[in-house]
Write a protein that binds this ligand. Structure first.
Ligand SMILES: O=C(O)C(=O)C[C@]1(C(=O)O)C=C[C@@H](O)C=C1
Length: 265
């Protein structure tokens, strides 16, 4: 079995990967995702933060959230966040280099395929489709805290979805003879079939529902009658499972396909 070094954060720290270790990391990332959704659900939608474009001193225009994300990404780039192949910026242009000597991450991904980045799509899906499902409608004006919560969600979702690159790399290395013909033919349907494990997907959806029930329940000190139907959750657990089914798993698979299409370049 391949040797894998994992850090406490569950991230892959070696160029020798295994599907088991990558799935372990995806499981650990579920905790981050569920908690980030629970945290964001404290605030109402607050749509002016991400919908209204206003002129900045520079003469450019931006929403508050976009401005916030661009500025934070710049700072994070300066301390080396995007030297880590697990992290992908939302605003690629003008990402500065790290101002500190950076850690040398082992080259785990294929150089011609590692630049796959679907963050524009993730941004649109998050603000237009996901957010209105799990937060209350309304506007309390607390845009800075809301933007910080949105960034936490976006980064957690982006990391999970782009982990598809590592999953795809390992699947390719484990069975190049299966993948190469489909890659040479640029056959996306065949690739999608090869990389799909329905049983694993079922397990993921059940587990995240359970995590949302566990992490998001109202905790009381006085024992009540224990009527399950009266339990209140900060984010509907069925919705978390649906978010995985309709968006996170399909987008992860899209990244896997996009990566594999470039794997022989
Ligand atoms: O675990 C894998 O094999 C993955 O590719 C990840 C994932 C997922 O997104 O959770 C995606 C596709 C598979 O069908 C199963 C699960």
């Amino acid at each position: 079995m391949a040797r894998v070094v994992e850090s406490d954060s569950g991230s892959v720290g070696s160029n020798v990967l295994s599907l088991d270790s990558i799935r372990e990391s995806l499981i650990r990332q579920e905790d981050t995702i569920v908690f980030s959704l629970i945290e964001r659900a404290k605030f109402p939608l607050n749509s002016p933060a991400f919908e209204e474009y206003r002129y900045l001193d520079s003469g450019n225009s931006s929403s508050l959230t976009e401005f916030f994300v661009r500025e934070i990404e710049t700072i994070q780039a300066k301390v080396g966040r995007y030297d880590n192949p697990e992290e992908n910026p939302f605003f690629l242009e003008n990402i500065p280099h790290s101002v500190f000597p950076t850690h040398k991450y082992p080259p785990a991904l294929h150089p011609k395929a590692l630049s796959v980045n679907i963050n524009k799509r993730i941004w649109d899906v998050y603000f237009k489709e996901l957010l209105p499902l799990f937060v209350k409608p309304g506007d309390d004006g607390n845009y800075p805290s809301t933007a910080a919560s949105d960034l936490a969600c976006l980064q957690a979702l982006s990391k999970r979805i782009h982990y598809g690159k590592f999953v795809a790399e390992v699947k390719f290395r484990d069975a190049p003879q299966d993948y190469e013909p489909a890659i040479r033919a640029q056959d996306t349907e065949a690739l999608m079939k090869l990389l799909t494990f329905e049983k694993v997907e079922e397990m993921v959806k059940k587990r995240v529902q359970k995590k949302a029930e566990t992490f998001g329940q109202e905790v009381k000190c006085i024992t009540d009658s224990g009527d399950e139907s009266e339990k209140k959750y900060k984010v509907d657990p069925l919705l978390v499972s649906r978010i995985y089914r309709e968006w996170l798993i399909p987008l992860t698979k899209l990244v896997e396909v996009e990566y594999l299409l470039r794997r022989l370049d």
